[in-house]
Design a protein around this ligand. Structure first.
Ligand SMILES: [Zn+2]
Length: 510
């Protein structure tokens, strides 16, 4: 999670790049000590163990059990609740019992997304951790560093702390990526600590102090399919190879959504009949590909081909960063599919195109930060209906509701129904806490540079914690990650010892 704010990077590290370490064959800075390399190894080894346990959202039984076992094997008190959240309690160092306790929190589930053509089975296969210079990545799938690396950092601190610390509560929540049902179900009397460090941020030079709230609006449009007239020609219209990205963090980067591109292309065109439409894979990601089955009369085939070519050329101008964007029109293998009527098909794409996509309002407090946004994550059709999964985000609960109502109104106007689900509260920023000051002080003490502060247009469980524990001091930090929620996800290795040392310093700060 990365946000818009003024940042001053730790220059020291940049200057020393280019020296190669034999053991790892990576670019390491001469500033990196043997202790740092040892920490990298320890944290990555724990991360690899975590990556051997399948843990897509809602499939967390195995990872929850693995965490309970990990703690039990080390003689630590551990509990789990009905939501599969796990709490590991680490006693204070002798003499530190009177210090305020600290909570370290990460989430155990991950977004399971893979590149086209990948045969990876997320319900069974371990996710490899591939070294690539100063980064690690997977092969054609999400890496799971969001947020498996947060868990690995916390567990490595429990195992390897070299400084005294107060009582630690390591809270690993379930289902952050889908509905935040773990955080939502957390018992408000469970935690005893008064300082809370969330480890789900993605920039090692930034401390996060606030996050947007969100909710899902799911739409269902009846779309009856009947046999096609014999003279119709059926095509598969496909958009693929888009950058996509996180529907909160990347929503302000002018990234096209494949579901919208398909709708825009078909909007107001010649009569066509939909035989089916599929796009996107997860609600909180900008869709990278979508395909629509469309039938047109023989007389409109040339117009369709021209339209696709013109639209593709125009899209390349509108989205110059989308080097991989591909629009294809191919004759469908099965020309005998049932289809929706031309009227119902036009109504369906009109609805798709009418639903707000992107940033709908900008923050008045934080320059350049989206305040409210919406994304069409998943579009699917059956022989009876079209389902559209959308996700709204906002720092303001009233604006969030208004945006969802707007979408519900579009749905109603098209003859569709809609439901809201999975709402989670925003986390209001508070710059007045001792914990926040401790983070800034520790960072400049360790790295000789100021740390940036940010507020993010994405979901963090901290909103629930702030609502359940009003007195809790809360910050969010994390090592540098890129392209989360996509098969290009990668983790910067040298940011691991940096984050770990910062964490240890903050945990024991007065
Ligand atoms: Zn996360």
């Amino acid at each position: 999670m990365l946000a818009k704010s003024l940042r001053i990077r730790a220059l020291a590290r940049g200057l020393c790049a280019g020296l190669t370490c034999l053991a790892h064959g990576v670019g390491v800075s001469s500033a990196q000590t043997g202790a740092d390399l040892e920490l990298e190894r320890a944290i990555l080894s724990t991360f690899e163990q975590i990556n051997a346990v399948p843990r897509c959202s809602k499939d967390e039984a195995r990872i929850s059990a693995w965490l309970v076992e990990w703690a039990g094997a080390r003689g630590l008190a551990v509990s789990s609740d009905a939501h599969r959240n796990v709490l590991i309690t680490v006693p204070a160092t002798a003499g530190w019992e009177d210090r305020p306790g600290v909570v370290l929190q990460a989430h155990m589930d991950m977004v399971c997304a893979k590149a086209e053509g990948s045969a990876h089975d997320f319900t069974r296969d371990p996710i490899p951790v591939i070294r690539d210079g100063d980064w690690v990545r997977a092969t054609g799938t999400t890496l799971g560093a969001d947020d498996g690396i947060g868990i690995a950092l916390a567990l490595t601190l429990v195992e390897r702390a070299t400084k005294p610390h107060p009582k630690l509560e390591v809270l690993i929540t379930a289902d952050e990526e889908k509905d935040m049902s773990g955080a939502a179900g957390l018992d408000p009397g469970l935690l005893t600590g008064t300082r809370y460090i969330n480890l789900d941020s993605e920039d090692d030079a930034t401390v996060t102090l606030g996050a947007a709230g969100g909710l899902h609006t799911d739409i269902e449009l009846p779309l009856a399919m009947t046999p096609l007239a014999a003279e119709m020609t059926v095509f598969d219209l496909k958009v693929s190879g888009l950058l996509g990205g996180h529907s909160g963090l990347d929503i302000d980067k002018n990234r096209p959504n494949a579901n919208i591109l398909i709708a825009e292309l078909l909007l107001g065109a010649f009569p066509f009949q939909l035989t089916g439409i599929e796009g996107g894979g997860v609600a909180n990601a900008i869709a990278t590909s979508a395909v629509a089955g469309i039938a047109v009369a023989a007389g409109d085939v040339a117009a369709l081909e021209r339209r696709v070519a013109d639209f593709a050329a125009d899209a390349r101008v509108r989205y110059p960063a989308e080097a991989g964007m591909t629009l294809t029109l191919t004759r469908a293998a099965n020309a005998l599919q049932p289809a929706a009527s031309a009227e119902a098909s036009a109504n369906a794409v009109r609805l798709l195109a009418a639903i707000p996509q992107g940033v709908t309002a900008w923050s008045e407090e934080f320059d350049g930060l989206p305040e409210s946004s919406s994304n069409i994550g998943i579009v699917t059709s059956t022989d009876r209906a079209l389902a559209i999964a959308t996700f709204q985000r906002s720092f303001r609960a009233d604006h969030l509701q208004a945006l969802a109502q707007r979408i519900a109104a579009h749905a109603r106007a098209a003859g569709a129904t809609s439901i809201q689900r999975g709402s989670f509260p925003a986390w209001p920023p508070n710059t007045g806490t001792g914990l926040y000051r401790a983070v800034l002080a520790s960072y400049s003490k360790l790295f000789g540079a100021p740390m940036a502060t940010s507020v993010v247009h994405a979901g963090l469980e901290c909103g629930y914690i702030a609502a359940k524990y009003p007195a809790m001091e809360i910050v969010s930090i994390g090592p540098t990650l890129e392209n989360v929620h996509t098969s290009n996800e990668r983790l910067k290795v040298s940011s691991l010892p940096k984050l770990w040392n910062l964490l240890q310093e903050v945990v024991q700060a007065p």
